[in-house]
Design a protein around this ligand. Structure first.
Ligand SMILES: [Zn+2]
Length: 463
């Protein structure tokens, strides 16, 4: 019986050609550096230059690639390797734009992809040209090796992830070309891994994210001379309202992702920290723990609840003039299941002042979407490959407090997972995405491509 099970198990294994990763390094590095050297700072983006590079590279290998552009200089690229159709496609997504640079902060040219001290330096080295190069390599390797696939591999290189008031990137693709990119699963940025003494100890997989929502508080009163105090001075009402919202502790609520995250985090933390994470659901201790996190681990505190943070105050035109209006802007990051209209009702109750009204800011907002599942084939594969490549590793599902383009994919029912290369401290913090100086440890770039390949083959190669 055991023998039979073994036989069946090995028959069911994917037929994947082995890759000699040492031999692939030069090509990985070449594509990666070439992509970093294309200045696609957004605004303005000019992502079409990156798309042209990708298109030429793919087509030279016989992989057809199509471009979709709402604006000519901000094109998106889609390439597809066909599978046998037994399973629905896998989407490999990466963005081609990068955030701007302040050149004077850089010790090297931010668009030269300089190799120095074991790192590749440059804007986009971690966000997101590493995933872009990795996805390109997936297509090239799978094609060259003639891998037979149970599902199509779709590569989407999208524009406008970082700054896109018009919607040239994911919104354009999802709203107008969904057929080109629709998939069962997507892999993209948003995760990462922790490197300690050269060993990968934690792999973070992003399975959900908070939903950005904004609102303005507007206080109105009677304008007049600064020499005459008025009870309806809008600055007083606004200041009181901002203070009340600031002190408001919105309800704590865990979802599948954050519950597993804190449980597993406890298993790899010191006894003192573990006791704190474990006490989050203990009614007698939770308030104290939450206070502690608010002070010492604000990122984790934000994972517990919808956060409401004042970011702009405006009001007044002269020292001797009482203005008739003052306003405050709030950055709200909602839990994925938050009912915003109820939330604003509650906020109104907290402010409890008829002189202050709440105006939700609408516009190009990301859609609400349920978290990606932790019991899916993709999550299992991500866990298995992590454990195989990094013995002793802990895999943590995470909820980003920020937002990614997975929101749009999840809203269309595509189970999306954020992955990323490993980094060691202080490198993760000081040279990370959007930092003054961004850099990638060269060895981790190669390891990330290998990780991605193992995941892609496990989930997509024919059995
Ligand atoms: Zn990014």
């Amino acid at each position: 019986m055991r023998f039979l099970t073994f036989l069946l198990a090995s028959c069911a294994a994917a037929q994947v050609p082995t890759v000699d990763w040492n031999k692939e390094r030069a090509e990985i590095l070449k594509h990666y550096r070439s992509l970093v050297q294309i200045n696609s700072s957004s605004p303005p983006g000019n992502e079409t230059a990156a798309v042209e590079y990708l298109k030429a590279t793919l087509e030279a290998e016989g992989i057809p690639a199509r471009t979709f552009a709402l604006q000519p200089d901000r094109a998106n690229l889609v390439a597809r390797l066909k599978g046998n159709g037994r399973k629905r496609p896998l989407l490999l997504l990466a963005h081609t734009d990068v955030v701007p640079v302040q050149r004077e902060k850089w010790p090297v040219d931010p668009f030269a992809a300089v190799l120095k001290d074991g790192y590749i330096w440059g804007r986009g080295t971690k966000d997101d040209k590493d995933k872009l190069a990795a996805n390109l390599m997936m297509m090239l390797l799978a094609k060259r090796r003639g891998v037979s696939l149970d599902r199509d591999l779709i590569f989407l290189a999208e524009s406008g992830e970082e700054a896109d008031p018009v919607g040239v990137g994911i919104n354009f693709m999802v709203n107008q070309h969904l057929d080109e990119i629709n998939a069962e699963f997507a892999l993209t940025e948003g995760g990462g891994a922790t490197l300690e003494n050269g060993r990968v100890t934690v792999v973070n997989i992003q399975t959900t994210e908070k939903v950005p929502r904004r609102a303005r508080l507007i206080a109105t009163g009677t304008s007049g001379h600064g020499s005459v105090p008025r009870l309806d001075n809008p600055l007083l009402h606004l200041a009181a309202a901002v203070a009340k919202v600031g002190a408001w502790e919105t309800p704590m609520r865990l979802n599948d992702t954050t519950r597993v995250y804190f449980e597993k985090l406890a298993t790899i933390s010191s006894p003192e920290r573990a006791a704190r994470y474990n006490a989050l659901l203990n009614p007698e201790r939770t308030a104290g723990v939450q206070r502690y996190l608010a002070e010492k681990e604000p990122q984790r505190y934000s994972m517990l609840r919808t956060s409401v943070v004042p970011t702009i105050l405006k009001g007044g035109i002269g020292a001797n003039v009482i203005p008739s209006e003052a306003e405050a802007t709030f950055d709200i990051r909602a839990l994925p299941d938050e009912d915003m209209s109820k939330f604003f009702d509650e906020m109104k109750r907290v402010i409890n002042d008829p002189a202050v009204r709440i105006e939700p800011i609408t516009g190009n907002l990301r859609p609400v979407a349920p978290p990606s599942r932790l019991d899916s084939e993709m999550y299992r594969v991500l866990e298995q490959v992590s454990k195989r490549m990094f013995p002793g590793v802990t895999v943590l599902p995470t909820m980003s407090t920020g937002a990614t383009d997975m929101a749009q994919l999840r809203a269309k029912g595509i189970q999306s997972y954020g992955i990323g290369p490993a980094c060691a401290e202080p490198d993760c913090t000081n040279y990370g995405a959007h930092s003054d100086v961004e850099r990638m440890q060269e060895s981790e770039l190669y390891r990330f491509v290998e990780f991605t390949w193992n995941v892609v083959m496990e989930i997509a190669a024919a059995r």
